[in-house]
Design a protein around this ligand. Structure first.
Ligand SMILES: Cc1cc2nc3c(=O)[nH]c(=O)nc-3n(C[C@H](O)[C@H](O)[C@H](O)COP(=O)(O)OP(=O)(O)OC[C@H]3O[C@@H](n4cnc5c(N)ncnc54)[C@H](O)[C@@H]3O)c2cc1C
Ligand SMILES: *[C@@H]1O[C@H](CO)[C@@H](O)[C@H](O)[C@H]1NC(C)=O
Ligand SMILES: *[C@@H]1O[C@H](CO)[C@@H](O)[C@H](O)[C@H]1NC(C)=O
Ligand SMILES: *[C@@H]1O[C@H](CO)[C@@H](O)[C@H](O)[C@H]1NC(C)=O
Ligand SMILES: *[C@@H]1O[C@H](CO)[C@@H](O)[C@H](O)[C@H]1NC(C)=O
Length: 524
């Protein structure tokens, strides 16, 4: 009787509190999950006052909540935890699992998918932004990076030693999500993907235990799974990665008008199929048909102006050219930051194919219905990012260990030292083609998604018809609706489930961490 009364009292008190603080959250009085999360948050706040921010502390809460990138992901968690040490992460995980409260994990917050790295009133957001230490170890030639660091801070620290790391191409982006999703770098054709260059992961497991996963530790299976497996196994609190001498590079941005799209994609095809492509060359094309613009970013990892490898592009005349010899860091700093508040994207992979590129150019013409639909919205922009990935990138990753791909025989072992990555990439030259859109108003979310989705589906159908489609889906550019991990291949999915069961018996990262690209249910 006494207990029942105090619970009723608490509920009244709590509803009063809620009414005053979370007017944005629909709380229909019976929202048990939100009440449980709020109660857990008050307990956490009492135990860890420096780490927990409650919604009532408005300014700080809002700053953390709105960190960071696309406004499409902003939500109102019951509270936000900002752990500054691995031990804090461990305590938080233990408490949240015991209380059965859902949580989200955020590093740089650059996923535009709602819920990937954010959560509503029924959950707690673990924001790792305080875990942002970057330290270079000259003796080992390795860099330790906290997941909450941004790539710009990593390159800045490594500049002191004339070193660089295989990391993001845009300086603001977070280390955690990018590295765990595979990670495409300007250095990838030389050294593999970002994940291929991580030699040690410090991980907080579902039971709060902290382990170091390396290629030759008892946790080599976890080491492999984290190379593309994202947030399905634990919270990574430190990456230790290979470094390389910082190259003096040639490159920069060339701007064209959108009518050059067909010609540029044919030049890309020639670039991708010329025998023995120089792995020091890398590039990205951003097609922005809504703005009649096309950006070609060239990167050559040697101080050689206009190297021969880019010859197919020199036949085209840019409207503006901003290229020079400079550090790779300075080159990356040239890329303009996005200014629109709302973003979404889908991604597809296929083999380079001239007819397919011609068909895609037609789909992206200004008069195409999807382009027109987005162009008419406030600040509406369609951005297709064309990312060539040489077979050398796939092989460079494999060279760092035994490469796992679709055709592995069942029964292969983990392979001891060096185990490749979990992404199941085919050993072919490929293009990772993302279709993104940016816009201003929340009311346009539905229209944008319909248009981007439609374009993505059309491109996929064209690639399938051309026999060029690949199963792999690049997690870092994928929409929440895309089944990324299924594309890693049956054998890799089976192994990922095996790792998940070994390190997370209760399935915490499958059910209590609902955000992100989860292990596929089928084939389980
Ligand atoms: C402007 C821009 C440029 C980009 N450039 C590149 C690029 O060059 N190369 C590339 O590969 N991608 C690139 N991306 C894509 C980018 O990799 C993804 O947006 C990625 O999600 C960013 O990582 P984050 O830590 O900022 O993301 P978050 O949104 O914080 O996290 C993404 C996912 O990873 C999980 N996660 C994050 N940290 C951890 C952790 N420590 N432990 C467990 N799970 C975790 C989260 O739960 C979430 O599901 C770019 C994106 C943008 C917006
Ligand atoms: C959000 O990201 C921007 C750059 O994109 C950065 O300047 C800002 O400091 C970030 N906000 C927080 C709270 O980290
Ligand atoms: C880095 O390179 C510059 C220019 O080559 C050189 O002057 C400097 O001494 C180098 N610094 C280190 C720490 O090696
Ligand atoms: C990949 O493309 C390169 C040219 O860039 C070519 O030399 C190589 O044979 C191609 N590899 C495969 C597996 O198709
Ligand atoms: C495209 O134009 C719109 C409207 O002028 C603008 O808001 C947006 O920033 C531009 N997009 C890009 C990617 O340049």
């Amino acid at each position: 009787m006494v207990a029942a009364i105090s619970i009723a009292l608490l509920a009244v008190l709590w509803n009063t509190l809620l009414a005053g603080t979370t007017s944005a959250t629909k709380c229909n009085g019976g929202d048990k999950a939100a009440q449980r999360a709020a109660k857990t948050c008050r307990e956490l706040h009492a135990a860890l006052p420096d780490i927990i921010t409650l919604p009532a502390e408005t300014q700080e809460y809002d700053d953390l909540r709105d960190n960071n990138w696309s406004h499409t992901v902003w939500q109102r968690p019951a509270c936000i935890a900002s752990p500054a040490r691995t031990a804090d992460v461990s305590v938080l995980v233990k408490k949240l699992v015991r209380a059965n409260v859902p949580f989200a994990i955020r590093s740089g917050g650059h996923s535009p998918n709602r819920g990937d790295a954010s959560i509503g009133a029924d959950g707690v957001l673990l924001s790792l932004h305080e875990l942002d230490r970057v330290a270079y170890d000259a003796a080992g030639g390795l860099v330790s990076i906290g997941p909450g660091a941004r790539w710009g801070a990593v390159y800045e620290e490594l500049d002191k030693y004339n070193k660089t790391a295989v990391g993001g191409r845009v300086l603001d982006v977070g280390v955690g999500g990018l590295s765990l999703g595979g990670g495409l770098s300007y250095l990838s054709d030389l050294y593999g993907f970002v994940c291929d260059n991580v030699v040690n992961y410090e991980v907080v497991l579902a039971n709060g235990q902290v382990v170091e996963a390396t290629a030759d530790s008892p946790h080599s299976d976890l080491f492999w799974a984290l190379k593309g497996g994202s947030n399905n196994f634990g919270i990574v609190t430190r990456f230790q990665s290979q470094t390389y001498p910082s190259p003096l590079a040639w490159g920069g941005i060339q701007v064209f008008s959108a009518d050059q799209t067909p010609a540029l994609l044919q030049a890309l095809h020639t670039y991708q199929t010329t025998p023995n492509k120089d792995p020091h060359a890398n590039l990205i094309i951003n097609l922005i048909p809504t703005n009649n613009t096309l950006l070609l970013t060239l990167v050559y990892l040697r101080p050689v102006p206009h190297p021969a490898v880019f010859a197919p592009f020199y036949a085209l005349t840019p409207l503006v050219e901003q290229t020079a010899v400079m550090s790779l860091h300075a080159l990356m700093a040239q890329f303009p930051p996005a200014t629109q508040p709302r973003w979404t994207w889908y991604v597809n992979s296929f083999r380079p194919d001239a007819a397919l590129y011609a068909a895609i150019s037609a789909l992206l013409a200004p008069e195409s219905p999807e382009v027109a639909a987005i162009a008419k919205l406030q600040a509406g922009s369609l951005v297709a990012a064309v990312q060539p990935v040489g077979v050398s990138a796939v092989l460079a990753g494999g060279d760092r260990g035994h490469h796992q791909h679709h055709h592995n025989k069942p029964g292969d072992t983990w392979g001891g030292k060096g185990t490749g990555n979990a992404m199941g990439l085919e050993r072919v030259n490929q293009t990772w083609f993302s279709v993104s859109a940016a816009w201003w108003n929340e009311g346009d979310d539905g229209a944008v998604d319909a248009a981007v989705r439609s374009l993505h589906d059309k491109i996929r159908k064209l690639a399938e018809r051309a026999g060029a489609q690949l199963e792999y889906v690049f997690m870092n550019d994928a929409n929440a609706k895309q089944d990324v991990i299924a594309g890693y291949g049956h054998e890799n999915v089976r192994r990922l489930w095996q790792v998940a069961r070994r390190y997370d018996e209760r399935g915490v990262f499958q059910s209590l961490v609902p955000g992100g690209r989860k292990l596929p249910r089928v084939g389980h």
